[in-house]
Design a protein around this ligand. Structure first.
Ligand code: KG4
Ligand code: ZN
Length: 340
């Protein structure tokens, strides 16, 4: 029997420094050092500060991942690293560490697309999952529905023309006065409120196209007008109403994709996949005969286990490793399909 490959994954695209070890289909470790507390006082991620903190965290995080996995460096068969999309300075820290390890250990380096990695997180939590399926991608930087026809075949059906859904959650939270990251804060308060405020979001229900900038502006305008008139606003209702509109838009796009493609397996991917209302709505797809998968919370937000999972499929199907002059790419997309 062929030896199960041991992959060391590295993720530094935004404000989480993470390293993980995957052996075959067993996740041996997944260490995440979050900078959220550092960036909170600025109301969002400050790129330069993120890079500096990745620099101090990266080697201890890698060492901890190796130690927690109970392996030696010489057991590692491949290094996988996120090379985009993300903050260039932040990505370069992970990339440099990955290249150095790949060179020093004499093992191949795999360049992983962050969005594809978020989707691949589902293979860890649902080992029985196989393409084809539809992935509803919802993160701080990306939003859309991706058709996954093979382990290495991703087609973007529809995406946002402006803000990402997570970005809208964070910006609306900031306008309300909630701390960064705003997504979990809105999620918590929405549970205590009613979605009774109508925030207009113009959308063609027959198209995959999404937009979050108008919705964000509508909420900010509502808060501003209320303040000018000296009226009280109910934060919980604002959160519930915004969350419902934001999530429903994406869920409508996913439902359209199920209808148009006939693919009845749907997975969630990205940080906003932790949102309780989005999980509830996508769970509702079971009534349409769909098989639905969500990663656990720890695999929804940025982590290196998903980077290992993505590289495992690249290795399995013989995709070539990267050269050591691999560079970071801030805007890295998924191939676009029929909706765009
Ligand atoms: O995937 P991720 O960790 O980083 C990017 O690749 O962007 O996603 C971070 C985003 C943030 O915008 C954060 O507010 C959002 O995920 N998020 C949530 C929840 N948990 C995290 N949004 C809504 N509800 C949540 N429970
Ligand atoms: Zn992410």
């Amino acid at each position: 029997m062929e030896k199960e490959k041991v992959i060391l994954g590295i993720e530094t695209s935004c404000d989480e420094t993470s390293a993980a070890v995957l052996r075959g289909s067993t996740l041996l470790s997944n260490i995440i050092s979050s900078q959220i507390e550092i960036h909170r006082r600025f109301g969002g991620v400050v790129p330069e500060i993120a890079s500096r903190n990745h620099l101090t965290a990266i080697l201890p995080v890698i060492d901890e991942a190796i130690m927690a996995a109970g392996i030696r460096r010489s057991d590692i068969d491949a290094i996988a690293v996120t090379y985009g999309a993300g903050l260039v300075g932040a990505l370069l820290v992970g990339l440099s560490a990955a290249k150095a390890l790949s060179y020093a250990l004499g093992v191949p380096l795999y360049a992983v697309n962050h969005i594809e990695a978020h989707i691949a997180a589902n293979y860890i939590s649902s080992p029985e999952l196989k393409p084809p399926f539809l992935a509803v991608v919802a993160s701080g930087g990306h939003t859309g529905v991706v058709k996954v026809e093979g382990y290495n075949k991703f087609t973007l059906l529809g995406t946002t023309s402006d803000d990402a859904i997570g970005e809208a959650f964070d910006k609306v939270a900031r306008a309300i006065g909630l701390p960064y990251p705003g997504g979990p804060e809105i999620d918590k308060r929405a549970k205590l409120g009613k979605p009774i405020i109508e925030f207009v979001s113009r959308r063609n229900k027959k198209s995959y196209a999404l937009s979050y900038s108008g919705l964000k502006t509508a909420v900010i305008g509502y808060l501003h007008n209320a303040k000018q008139r000296g009226e009280e606003t109910v934060t919980e209702d604002v959160c519930a109403s915004f969350q419902k509109t934001a999530v429903d838009m994406l869920v409508d796009t996913a439902a359209l994709a199920v209808k148009k493609t006939g693919i009845k397996t749907v997975v969630l991917a990205g940080g906003v996949a932790a949102n309780s209302y989005l999980r509830e709505r996508i769970s509702g797809f079971k009534a349409m005969g769909c098989d639905v998968h969500f990663p656990p919370m720890s695999l929804c937000t940025d982590n290196a286990a998903m980077v290992c999972a993505r590289a495992r499929d690249m290795i399995r199907e013989g995709l070539p490793p990267a050269a050591l002059n691999l560079n970071a790419v801030s805007y890295l997309k998924i191939e676009t399909g029929e909706g765009l």
